[in-house]
Design a protein around this ligand. Structure first.
Ligand SMILES: C[S@@+](CC[C@H](N)C(=O)[O-])C[C@H]1O[C@@H](n2cnc3c(N)ncnc32)[C@H](O)[C@@H]1O
Length: 279
């Protein structure tokens, strides 16, 4: 049995698909405003500028594509779920927005013609990360770039780490219906992320740690994470009301360290990987 027809693959893909389908209306203004802190650097790393032809995967609400369009790039944006495709298509009038669930891409995107293939915080949601990177390497022209980001460790990426710490502090167990560990988990370090790109045939691979600060009120950030994530929100929403109240109290305690007036200045940390298709 291949990777793409195993029970784990199917369960993980379905968990992600149904989770993101519920986030179409709420992602952009909350969690999407936070991920946008990386977008400029990801496009820089992929060499995106005027006239670049760019394939984006996992486009969510379309913010990264909008930034690439502002630079004068020509963009094809894709996402696994129709609900996100619809939101992105509304945000990007005149831009080609298609449904495509990695690890596969539709044949018409695989002509090897793009200058760059980019994906912000999507590879960590894909059931077969190695297959997906290989597909992106096929989509770009010889000499073209593939640039992907994932989250750094939770002790560095505090904006999300505080939620996992709060769950752990109250002794809450993961709800039974959550799938096992993400297939991307073994690649979530600079060395392993670089190996993932090299094994897909990419060369001149670099992985950088990138940080920024997300300023938001703690109340708003709680709402944003519950309405803009899949795994983190499921970990909390699958608990009893009494346990959720305890997690929230622990979260309030943990955010105190980052308070600046009414807001929290939350440290965000990501890994940004880039590789080149052999010419
Ligand atoms: C965390 S959001 C990132 C969205 C956007 N790139 C950003 O930076 O805000 C993850 C996105 O990946 C999409 N996604 C999840 N699994 C996917 C897959 N297998 N293939 C393509 N997109 C996927 C989700 O629908 C969601 O829009």
């Amino acid at each position: 049995m291949g990777k793409t027809d195993s029970a784990e693959f199917t369960a993980f893909a379905e968990f992600e698909r149904s989770g993101w389908a519920r986030r179409g209306d709420t992602y952009d203004s909350g969690f999407g405003a936070m991920t946008a802190g990386l977008h400029g650097r990801l496009l820089d790393a992929a060499g995106v500028g005027r006239g670049s032809s760019v394939l984006e995967v996992g486009c969510g609400s379309g913010r990264l594509a909008a930034t690439a369009l502002d630079r004068g790039a020509v963009v094809t944006a894709t996402d696994a779920v129709p609900e996100m495709v619809e939101v992105a298509a509304r945000a990007l009038p005149g831009t080609r927005v298609l449904q495509a669930a990695l690890p596969g891409l539709p044949p018409e995107l695989l002509a090897g013609s793009y200058d760059a293939a980019v994906g912000a915080f999507v590879i960590n949601h894909v059931p077969d990360p190695a297959g997906a990177v290989a597909e992106l390497a096929r989509a770009v022209r010889p000499g073209g770039l593939v640039a992907l980001s994932c989250w750094d460790t939770l002790d560095r990426n505090r904006a999300q780490g505080i939620f996992f710490d709060a769950v752990r502090a109250v002794g809450a167990l993961p709800p039974a219906d959550l799938p096992g560990t993400s297939p991307f988990a073994p690649y979530a370090s600079p060395d392993a992320f670089a190996t993932l790109l090299r094994e897909a045939g990419l060369t001149a691979v670099t992985v950088h740690q990138v940080t920024w600060t997300h300023r938001v009120t703690p109340d708003q950030w709680w709402q944003d994470v519950l309405s803009g994530t899949v795994l983190t929100s499921s970990l909390i929403e699958g608990q009893t009301p009494a346990i959720i109240a305890k997690i929230r109290a622990e979260y309030d305690h943990l955010t105190a360290e980052f308070r600046e007036g009414t807001q929290a200045a939350l440290p965000v940390a990501a890994l940004l990987a880039v590789g080149t298709r052999v010419a």
